[in-house]
Design a protein around this ligand. Structure first.
Ligand code: BES
Ligand code: MN
Ligand code: ZN
Length: 495
């Protein structure tokens, strides 16, 4: 998709379709007013006829409007002006873009940057528009033998009210595009089936990304991991025929001495549960158990494209969690890279086992902060559903920063407590602690487990079990939390 911005009167836009907003009940936005004036009242006339009142989520398409250069006018309902805010802006953008797509237009102009969203500038609006366009346009048909025709919509103009606005819109578009491309990469990797997206495939994808975007990429094999003492990670991989990989990606956008942000992504390319095997219903969705890893790659892509002025390290522990003759068994005790021993009471609590060693490995970078991203617990889906990710942190300032980045990008998280009171649930009779904490507060005890490997730096953990993919008819990876992480890093790069 090509994006451009122009300071021009909406009636002068001569492409296939111009989209303008209408508030409920039948109140014209500035751009709609301009079209109305140019058409000597045709827009108002149409609204008076009663077919459209401006309800959010509705659109009407008009052809041959007099005095207007565009072939079509798309009226987009914005809901009541008083209620118009960030969510309404996002919703009406999606609605408009979907409707434009349905017309088969090759190009369109969106007069949306002028819509009043308090506390958010035109850069925010254009970022959101670009992300909405990318989301609506996203298809995953790599595994289909017949590829559907690509949609014709190829060029979008975002109208600007002033030169300064145009400048800010261009910046927003550039950021939106980079984030959208990162999300698409994340979604593609997430959507690939487990027989293709193996740990080796993930590592190769990282190497390819490194070549494209000048990242230094290193891939550790099983032997190197064993030498480092990553027995917690390797205990998960033991039951699989697929060799595990540990990927290190480095982006250098600041001086050598600048301490990096380390991102760690859970890369379980398929989670059967291992010997503590999962029920078969919806087990296919456990191919998405590497979405944390994929989001780290996607975020690094955005960071590199935007040439952010900071250093970022991505760590991707990748393996399969399979049952088998060599697999870990409930009751097995392993010694992690940190030296702490773990009683594996449930082999299905494997994400934390691979993250533990990655968190220890992160110490060597003397990070300014570490954020791990993982589809870690079903309990998180029960607690928060699919709206927000679960956030845990050992520093409140870091939590606040991530929460704000989530709000700004509408890729939100909600903080849950990491109080010591919960640590007791991890007590083990046979090792330093167990890898599960019983039925209660499953997401919190999982985070508590991780916290024991993250004592030496500022650390946050994102449980994206409910947000990384959608189930049901729209089954597929979402690309979250790339927007949150990219926004967080943009903040760190400026700060
Ligand atoms: N990958 C799963 C978490 C998960 C489950 C994500 C369902 C999305 C949907 C993770 O490895 C897992 O199996 N967690 C267990 C932990 C339990 C054994 C303590 C879970 O959530 O049931
Ligand atoms: Mn599991
Ligand atoms: Zn898992």
């Amino acid at each position: 998709m090509e994006f451009s911005t122009k300071v021009a009167a909406p009636e002068k836009y001569s492409g296939a379709c111009i989209a303008v907003g209408v508030f409920e009940p039948r109140k014209l936005s500035a751009a709609a007013s301009a079209l109305d004036a140019a058409s000597r009242g045709q827009i108002r006339e149409f609204l008076r006829s009663g077919d459209m009142d401006g309800r959010l989520g509705t659109t009407r398409l008009l052809y041959d409007v007099r005095g207007i250069a565009a072939e079509r006018v798309l009226l987009v309902g914005l809901g009541p002006e008083k209620e118009f805010g960030e969510k309404q802006f996002r919703d009406c953008s999606r609605t408009a873009i979907t409707a434009i797509g349905d017309t088969g237009s090759r190009e369109a102009c969106l007069s949306f940057s002028e819509l009043p969203v308090s506390n958010r500038g035109v850069d925010w609006r254009s970022r959101q528009l670009v992300l909405a366009v990318a989301d609506v346009a996203y298809r995953f048909d790599r595994m289909k033998s017949k590829k559907p025709q690509p949609r014709p919509l190829a060029r979008i103009t975002i109208s600007a009210m002033s030169k300064q606005d145009a400048h800010d819109i261009e910046r927003g578009v550039r950021e939106g595009r980079a984030i959208a491309a990162g999300m698409a990469l994340t979604r593609d990797l997430g959507n690939l089936p487990g027989n293709i997206c193996t740990p080796t495939y993930l590592a190769d994808a990282a190497v390819k990304l490194g070549k494209e975007w000048k990242l230094a990429v290193e891939v550790l094999d099983q032997r190197s991991m064993a030498m480092l003492g990553m027995n917690s990670l390797l205990s998960v991989s033991k039951g699989s025929r697929q060799p595990p990989k540990f990927v290190i990606l480095r982006y250098s956008g600041a001086g050598r001495k600048a301490r990096p942000v380390v991102l760690i992504g859970k890369g379980i390319t398929f989670d059967t549960g291992g010997i503590s095997i999962k029920p078969s219903a919806e087990m296919d969705e456990m191919k998405f158990d590497m979405c944390g890893a994929a989001s780290v790659l996607g975020t690094l892509r955005a960071v590199a494209e935007l040439e952010m002025k900071l250093n970022v390290v991505g760590l991707v522990p990748a393996c399969e969690n399979m049952p088998g003759g060599a697999a870990s068994k409930p009751g097995d005790v392993v010694t992690s890279m940190s030296g702490q021993t773990i009683e594996i009471l449930n082999t299905d609590a494997e994400g934390r086992l691979i993250l533990a060693d990655a968190l220890s490995y992160a110490e060597r970078f003397e990070p300014q902060a570490v954020v791990d991203v993982a589809t870690l617990t079903g309990a998180c889906v029960v607690a928060l559903g699919h709206v927000c990710s679960g956030l845990f942190a050992n520093r409140d300032a870091l939590a606040r920063e991530l929460l704000a980045a989530g709000e700004e990008s509408w890729d939100r998280a909600w903080q849950l407590p990491l109080w010591d009171d919960y640590q007791e649930q991890l007590k083990s009779n046979f090792a330093d602690f167990a890898n599960i904490g019983g039925k209660a507060a499953g997401s919190i005890t999982a985070a508590c487990f991780l916290s024991r490997f993250a004592r030496r730096y500022d650390w946050a953990h994102l449980d994206i079990a409910g947000t990384a993919w959608k189930s049901g008819k729209e089954k597929g990876a979402t690309g979250r939390p790339v927007p949150m992480l990219a926004t967080f890093l943009m903040g760190r790069a400026k700060g």
